[in-house]
Design a protein around this ligand. Sequence first.
Ligand code: UGA
Length: 437
Amino acid sequence: MNIAVFGAGHIGLTTSLCFAELGHQVMTLDIDAEKIKNLQSGITEIYELGLKELLTTQLAAGTIRFTTDLQKTIAFSDLIFIAVGTPTLPGANCDMQHVNLAVQSITKYASNPKQLVIKSTVPPGTNARFAQIYAHLNHQFIANPEFLREGSALLDCRKPDRAVIGTLDPAHIQNLRVLYQPFLNTQADFLVMDPTSAELTKYAANAMLASRVSLMNEFSKICEKVGADIDCLRTGIGADQRIGTQFLKAGIGYGGSCFPKDIDALIQFAECQNVEVPLTKAIRSANDHQLMDFKNKIVSHFSSRELEKRVAIWGASFKPETNDLREAPALKLVQGLLVEGFAIQIYDPVSQPALKLCFKDEPKVQVFENQYQALSKAEALIIATEWPQFIGADLAHVKQKLNSAVIFDGRNIFSKAQMEKHQFMHYPVGRGPCAQS
Ligand code: UGA
């Protein structure tokens, strides 16, 4: 199959490479000429396990091409995937300009009817609207929301739980069936529905996952108050097969380019439809509170002692195995601590260049290239992202580098036993502090 992908971002690039890996001919288009030039040479700024290697092998195999040439891409393709960004506009509406532009260009230049498959996260009703506007051109508009996660994007793309296909005309999706079949466990995982339901499924999935995180974060506060352990709760409720074990880890809140944006967009969309969504709104405010409460714990520890307000932070990306800093709780925490007068020494395994840029005009934030050097003279260590190298840290060394043996463990990476053994004052989430003996 000749497949065009509009957008060479996280989703567009990963999807392109996974299709190319199956032996399809893929042409990936982006308006960013520098990005395309880099990709043609096998260079990508996206930090994603195995992505660079797959890019190299598929370029060598000649299954993938990168271009800025719109007309060539349209002419080449049987199937066109749209995977361009839909960021948040001020007021929380979804910014559709890139999707609209892609659709306008395709409908303008295509000399024959095309299948346009929209992977970008778009407000429910978008595909139906396009189908109506361009009905005279006989293109098919198909919703195909994406569920891959940053950090495990290739794995999720190659082994998805399901493919959601939203179309008004299920007779015309044979191409997509063939395309997705090698990835899916069974044909039953190829879910065909109307486009609006498919579009809403994407928002609902992210809201559902985020709600689990927010609910656990809320429970973590009750645990702290009454001396219960959030990890016991997680095991206890996760063992119920109706609930399951995933997305139940309490912490300092969710971040990233998806949950915050999609929940805002869902709230905005529902309000435009005059639908009250108090529960969805609560997910967002619970997330904001979680981080604020964590920051307040740090502030009150320092205000009750005569300490220099200097802390080290390990982890900046919104989760491990990615260099994505968008909506990262760590960055919001830095901003909050700066307002409280703290000096910050921050380390992240892969985000240092972006961090340096981010804080270039902020003298009270120092970005380190070594996790242990970041601890020097700090009165506490804050864990903001659960990178494996932090979980396996040499705690004796940590203690020796810090001025005070205090850890604010925003991701619960250290056990009570470890903290007691090394005599740290430990502030986990949902477990209550463990005092230095
Ligand atoms: C999320 C969804 O999981 C994907 O299915 C979806 O395709 C993607 O958004 C998207 O819409 O494009 P992603 O944002 O990459 O994927 O990351 P997640 O693994 O979902 O984590 C989101 C946030 O929740 C992170 O900040 C993470 O630290 C937090 N989280 C996750 C928790 O705090 N606790 C958990 O138990 C799980």
